[in-house]
Ligand binder design. Sequence first.
Ligand SMILES: C[S@@+](CC[C@H](N)C(=O)[O-])C[C@H]1O[C@@H](n2cnc3c(N)ncnc32)[C@H](O)[C@@H]1O
Length: 266
Amino acid sequence: MNDHEVGEYWNRNAPAWTTLVRAGYDVYRDLLNTPAFFAWLPPVAGLAGLDIGCGEGYNTRLLARQGAHVTALDIAPVFVEAAQQAETAEPLDIRYLVGSAAALPFAAETFDFATSFMCLMDVPDPALALRETFRVLRPDGFLQFSISHPCFTTPHRQNLRDAQGRPYAVEVGGYFDYQHGQPEEWIFGAAPFREQARHAPFRVPVFNLTLSQWVAAVVAAGFVLEGLQEPCPTDEQLAAHPFLRKARVVPYFLHLRCRKSGLPQV
Ligand SMILES: C[S@@+](CC[C@H](N)C(=O)[O-])C[C@H]1O[C@@H](n2cnc3c(N)ncnc32)[C@H](O)[C@@H]1O
């Protein structure tokens, strides 16, 4: 499966996805993943940034509100149209375009930084996407990206619950069994059933790299890996949103920050 075939899946998912996330049902993104990502992000005010796989633009708008000059791209035209509509309604000076992470339509050294929120695990060749990102960054520029945690988003995954129904462990398996685009079906569980029933489930092609393959791809692209982060709900977040407890049993997300060192490559 190539990146454009994957894009057709996402284009079909886009109308329901946009409706449901704008209604607030992507609760793990809104309450855990995105706040942790932005808390870790270096200052971006005044910098030229690229957001790769922007979807309907939720995180792109947050970047722009931090004062960055943002260009954002997505492979699914329906998502880009939805993002552009939000930009027209509330201009944040974001430039949206349709394009693929596998062939970024920009000259070398165009951006000071790049972000990618929960996209790169959805592309068939993330190593190529990382090389492309490296190319369009200026020396000393950085890429910060989030993905589903590779150690716990495995072909077999089952939440285990105690006698009171509380999640206490996750059974994982098939970690090394690579899936090249087998579609997985799901929908936001936080949406009420009547909302879920209005939409066909999303179909998302899966490409599951191991943790060491992710790190190898980052390094092979030429980046220096600056750090990893695994968002974990705080006590305050758990008190306010008890359903986040599952994300304390094991991490759902992995964040990586890597830099295009200004020093000559050896
Ligand atoms: C899980 S959604 C995340 C959307 C958005 N970043 C967010 O955080 O709300 C994954 C996104 O990656 C996009 N995508 C998948 N493959 C892509 C590719 N090769 N190039 C650019 N975008 C891609 C999809 O269309 C979709 O919008």
